[in-house]
Design a protein around this ligand. Structure first.
Ligand SMILES: Cc1cc2nc3c(=O)[nH]c(=O)nc-3n(C[C@H](O)[C@H](O)[C@H](O)COP(=O)(O)OP(=O)(O)OC[C@H]3O[C@@H](n4cnc5c(N)ncnc54)[C@H](O)[C@@H]3O)c2cc1C
Length: 454
């Protein structure tokens, strides 16, 4: 009987936003499921840490209002704890804070007339070149925005973020961040025309007390008993074209009728038995991920900036961007104090990854004071967190091995894949919520854990 009951349930591998979203919509449909999460809490790479009276997220998170259904779901979960925030972002360029996305009067004033005219001229000249789409990030950025603008922000920033030259990065690596920066915006901004900005990045939703409020509210809705923490999926047994059994912490658990994997796709391939063909394993091994170190500096000042996020494209800074959490929610730091949280993209095993927490915080503090953004004397303390697999690296040509992996996984009838590293796609929370809804909708009937045709 117990086995039959399990057979009608769904096993969700991973309890980040993707796994939680699947569980959330399955729960709404009364379909039984269990989430297996290797960590100590839900949320994955979308979490909030508390250190003393300070709170900070696993990188600068915000809920983009891009998918009305996803926003509505989160609003219904959080009620008035979800706030609309209006805070601009900036690019830190040679001591100046330039509004991002670029705003006409601001850019003209801060970049100066000569540079603004050059940006406009290049953007106009590039118009004729834009017909043929480029697969690599460098060419497509230059064609789209001109050499000067692409160079001063996009290319340096992206190389720091991804750790490879932009000529080896797929054009998809922007993750849609630049959609609002079209030719009209760039030219009008460079020429200093008013009203030209498409403000794509300044308004967003954010929960009181940190981004983890979303995963915690989902976990509450789902029911904590349906989430098994400290549970690493260590094996997947495939038989006759479907997943017959899964192994958690080295022990076999009852088979589920449906399996949703949100764990990184290369990891999934590695734990499947019998071993997938060598071509599939090689393809999975060729997919790369970027890790990240998060450094929080707690400051004895009430405010550093009004920015949601400050981008640092210059190579002389070890971090790519910083955010000031209290500009998203006042609950992120005690009254009269603030914090800055820096992202250092890197790979596990890099020299910086191996440094002690104090050494890393020291390097960041040094850069910060050199940039004139905060004084070392104002630093009350620091915290460092290492985050594995923050981003899938979309190196040119990644599509081919990815297709090999996904074709193989797609051949397992009762398996579905959801999530940033699981799908190897630069996706966002709202994408996870949409994907969770769509997968949950594939189950035929209530209390039926098999994928059907709904
Ligand atoms: C720095 C940064 C900033 C971001 N900013 C934003 C933003 O502003 N807005 C936005 O919408 N999105 C943002 N995102 C993206 C968002 O956080 C991701 O979409 C999300 O973290 C991916 O969710 P996921 O569930 O696919 O993966 P993950 O969060 O990685 O979750 C996967 C889970 O699987 C678990 N796991 C792995 N292997 C196993 C195993 N073998 N067994 C059991 N469990 C396992 C992991 O512990 C993890 O909890 C950002 C991401 C980063 C890294």
């Amino acid at each position: 009987m117990a086995r039959e009951a399990e057979k009608q349930s769904v096993a969700i591998l991973g309890g980040g936003i993707a796994g939680l979203s699947c569980g959330y919509f399955l729960k709404k449909r009364n379909i039984p499921f269990t989430i297996y999460e290797s960590g100590v809490g839900p949320g994955g790479n979308c979490s909030t840490f508390a250190v003393g009276d300070f709170r900070f997220d696993s990188g600068a998170h915000r809920l983009h209002d891009k998918d009305p259904d996803a926003t509505t779901e989160i609003k219904s979960l959080l009620g008035d704890r979800l706030k609309k925030v209006s805070a601009p972002s900036h690019i830190y360029h040679e001591g100046k804070m330039i509004l991002f996305p670029i705003s006409a009067p601001d850019a003209f004033k801060k970049l100066g007339a000569a540079l603004s005219m050059r940006i406009a001229a290049e953007a106009l000249a590039g118009r004729t070149l834009r017909q043929s789409d480029s697969a690599d990030f460098e060419s497509s950025s230059i064609k789209r925005y001109g050499k000067t603008l692409a160079g001063f922000f996009l290319l340096n920033y992206s190389e720091k973020l991804w750790g490879i030259p932009c000529s080896r990065l797929s054009a998809e690596a922007s993750g849609g961040r630049l959609k609002g920066m079209n030719l009209k915006t760039v030219v009008a901004a460079a020429l200093g025309l008013r009203g030209a900005t498409e403000h794509m990045d300044g308004d967003f939703y954010y929960p009181d007390g940190g981004i983890s409020a979303i995963s915690e509210a989902m976990a509450d809705f789902i029911g904590r008993k349906n989430i098994r923490l400290n549970s690493t999926v260590t094996g997947i047994h495939a038989e006759a074209g479907e997943i017959a059994e899964i192994e958690v912490n080295g022990k076999s658990v009852e088979a589920a009728a449906g399996v949703v994997s949100t764990i990184p796709c290369d990891e999934l391939v590695r734990i499947i038995t019998p071993k997938p063909p060598s071509g599939v394993r090689d393809a999975a091994d060729s997919l790369k991920f970027r890790d990240m170190i998060i450094v929080a500096l707690f400051l004895d000042v009430s405010s550093v900036s009004s920015s949601a996020t400050i981008y640092f494209p210059d190579f002389k800074y070890p971090f790519t961007r910083a955010c000031e959490p209290r500009n998203r929610s006042a609950a992120m730091s005690p009254t009269g104090k603030t914090s800055l949280v820096f992202e250092i993209p890197c790979s596990e095993g890099d020299a910086v990854w191996k440094k002690s927490d104090d050494e890393i915080a020291g390097i960041v503090a040094e850069s910060l004071s050199a940039a004139g953004l905060a004084r070392k004397n104002d630093i009350l303390g620091s915290a460092v967190r290492r985050m594995k697999r923050a981003y899938p690296v979309m190196e040119t040509g990644f599509e081919k091995p990815l297709r090999v992996v996904m074709d193989y996984l797609g051949g397992l009838r009762n398996l579905r894949i959801a999530g940033r590293n699981a799908e190897f796609h630069y996706s966002w929370m709202h994408d996870m919520i949409a994907r969770g809804k769509s997968i949950a909708g594939e189950f035929r009937t209530e209390r039926d854990g098999e994928f059907g045709g709904a």
